[in-house]
Design a protein around this ligand. Structure first.
Ligand code: EPU
Length: 356
């Protein structure tokens, strides 16, 4: 366990926002987490768990103790004729984990290539792309209860996955803010994920239903194996989404909203070109990027916060280093976008990242 005071967080958030942690603790093992929780000075402070920092907007210096999870390790834990079960430490870089599984001959995560962030963050927001969501490949996870130091395991049902959502995004009920772990309730701020296990089904089947992928293979032809899908997803993402190492960003800034068929029909009557998809539950999903684009935001900026030129759903840092965007500027731009989308379409957009 390494404890740093007044630690810069700019290298640890993909937006590249310049903020500091009053106290940053790096943990490399479950034992490190437990040592932290028995430390008489540190254990009673509120915690903020930081993974790859790919889904946060820092609006100032962070007062809660920042727990940076650096637990490593990738291994096959079981193999049956139905699936490979692979386990990864929460601190592994997500994309490296995807590449490792493919190199070892355990395909199934290829549609999720190049998503920024760490393995530990992947179940928190149930990451998803190109027709696959984490919940489709999830077996179980291990976490430590920050109130008691006890380790526990959750299966998929206990994680309560939804669209970019899980039990880890919801605050515990106020009556349960202290004391035993509120199982099945919100776990935000209450637990730190240490390991995640994936179930990769055998025989492997390609998932190609997503329009961009279908188009990619229709244009090129040839074999469609896991490596080709991995390469295709990387190529599509690189063409559409900014590389956080070059232009700071947190991926999609807003969730794609869903509306009733009646609301959708009403919008289509006014805007026939609106991009919409029917969902299995009967609701209609709208493309937030399209809504923002339609309001004329693509390429626009407020201060150093900008809307990416090639994908209006992504907000970017137009500054750098000490001159970076502030979390306040990002949120001002986000609010302005929310207001114009609401005024034009009557739809309230909901941000995807956690605002700290
Ligand atoms: N569109 C526009 N203008 C824009 C952006 C999008 O008209 O500026 C239209 C596109 O033409 C398309 C539709 O909106 O018809 C949807 O766009 P796209 O296929 O790029 O996907 P998305 O809905 O914008 C979602 C995820 C991404 C994921 C892709 C691929 C969310 C919030 N975002 O984006 O996830 O990579 O699908 O599956 O669900 C992330 O969460 O950080 C992320 C990048």
């Amino acid at each position: 366990m390494l404890v740093e005071k007044n630690a810069p967080l700019q290298p640890y958030n993909t937006f590249g926002i310049a903020a500091r942690a009053q106290t940053l603790v790096r943990v490399h093992s479950v034992a490190d987490v437990q040592a932290l929780l028995s430390d008489p000075v540190l254990r009673d402070r509120p915690f903020f768990v930081l993974g790859g920092g790919s889904n946060v907007v820092l609006t100032g210096d962070v007062k809660p103790l920042v727990l940076k999870v650096e637990i490593r390790g990738l291994r096959l834990v079981a193999e049956t004729d139905k699936a490979w079960i692979v386990e990864a430490g929460a601190g592994e870089v997500w994309h490296d984990c995807v590449a490792w599984t493919l190199a070892q001959g355990y395909p199934g995560l290829e549609n999720l290539a190049l998503i920024p962030g760490t393995v530990g963050a992947s179940p928190v927001q149930n990451i998803g792309a190109y027709g696959v969501e984490l919940q489709d490949r999830f077996e179980s996870l291990d976490a430590v209860d920050l109130a008691t130091g006890q380790s526990f395991t959750l299966d998929a049902a206990q994680c309560a996955f939804g669209y970019r959502d899980s039990v880890f995004k919801h605050a515990p009920a106020p009556s349960e803010a202290r004391g035993g772990l509120p199982r099945g309730m919100g776990l935000a701020g209450r637990a730190v994920i240490t390991h995640v296990r994936f179930r990769l089904p055998r025989p492997w089947k390609p998932v190609l239903g997503y329009a961009d992928l279908e188009r990619y293979f229709a244009e090129r032809g040839g074999a469609v194996g896991p490596q080709q899908i991995f390469d295709a997803v990387c190529a599509i993402r690189r063409a559409k989404l900014p590389d956080p190492a070059v232009v700071g960003n947190a991926g999609s800034f807003f969730k794609n909203p869903s509306v009733s068929p009646e609301q959708c029909a009403d919008i289509i009557a006014r805007d026939p070109k609106i991009v919409h998809y029917a969902m299995p539950d009967g609701r209609i999903k709208l493309a937030a990027g399209w809504l923002i684009d339609a309001c004329g935001w693509k390429g626009k900026s407020i201060g150093k916060a900008g809307v990416y030129e090639k994908q209006a759903l992504v907000l970017v840092n137009r500054g750098q280093g000490a001159d970076s965007v502030t979390g306040g500027e990002v949120m001002t731009l986000a609010k302005a976008i929310e207001t114009s989308v609401y005024e034009r379409f009557g739809i309230r957009l909901e941000p995807e990242p956690v605002v700290v």
